[in-house]
Design a protein around this ligand. Structure first.
Ligand SMILES: Nc1ncnc2c1ncn2[C@@H]1O[C@H](COP(=O)(O)OP(=O)(O)OP(=O)(O)O)[C@@H](O)[C@H]1O
Length: 219
């Protein structure tokens, strides 16, 4: 589904942050992306979301060479990806419910077909009492869970989550992990960038380890 070949990335005239990355992310796979702070995890997530372009090498996403994808095509391709950014990127003028429903509304789905699913998912992530509030009054951990619910609600082909359990306590981290596992069981490829060793030890999943810009993979 995703193929990287000798991919390198530098910001401006700086040094190469990612070097010679060659790997595949198969359909329905589950992997953790880890490595020390500054190793390039967020940068790799941005490449996977096509919000950064490589400075060298080839990236194929959904069987398309990304260098041949026009700006006008990007939004449609991105709809196939669910993403949880480190800074959440919620829309402050929309309620929790509306933020989570957004991917479905954009697809033109009728609210009657998804309302109960959105509410059920919000309850599952512990936000049953926060359905009608606006993001500015939520805590960091609550915002993170809204961002996760929004990324999951439309069962994307791939889920990219950058430190998705960074702001929650261990029981909630476990609950979120089981949500990712269930999504994966339903067919979504999952990539979770994390420093959390306890979280990684709970799943027998592939580990992609970045160090000094290079990637090692342990299947
Ligand atoms: N917009 C940018 N311009 C210049 N350099 C950048 C930019 N974003 C990241 N970098 C540099 O690229 C390197 C990798 O950063 P990145 O944020 O991808 O690491 P990370 O592994 O996600 O770190 P952390 O675990 O702390 O979130 C770092 O040296 C960082 O300073």
């Amino acid at each position: 589904m995703i193929h990287f070949e000798n991919v390198g990335l530098r910001y401006g005239m700086g040094p190469e942050v990612l070097r010679d990355l060659t790997f595949d992310i198969p359909k329905k796979s589950f992997q953790f992306l880890t490595g020390p702070s500054g190793a390039g995890k967020t940068t790799l997530m941005r490449l996977l979301f096509m919000s950064l372009h490589p400075t060298r090498g080839l990236i194929r996403m959904f069987d398309r060479d990304i260098s041949s994808i026009g700006r006008d095509e990007l939004p449609l391709l991105r709809r196939r990806i669910g993403i949880v950014f480190q800074d959440f990127r919620l829309l402050d003028h929309m309620t929790t419910y509306e933020n989570v429903s957004l991917p479905l509304r954009v697809r033109g789905k009728d609210e009657s077909t998804y309302r109960s699913d959105v509410i059920e998912l919000l309850k599952w992530v512990g936000l049953g009492e926060r359905i009608n509030v606006l993001p500015p009054v939520l805590s960091g951990g609550e915002k993170q869970r809204v961002a996760i619910a929004r990324a999951l609600i439309d069962q994307p082909e791939i889920l990219l989550a950058d430190e998705p359990t960074g702001n929650v306590d261990p029981p909630m981290a476990q609950r979120l992990l089981s949500l990712f596992i269930e999504l994966n069981r339903l067919g979504t490829a999952v990539v979770i960038a994390t420093h959390d060793l306890t979280l990684m030890d709970k799943v027998d999943a592939r580990r992609m380890i970045l160090s000094e810009g290079r990637l090692d993979i342990y299947d």
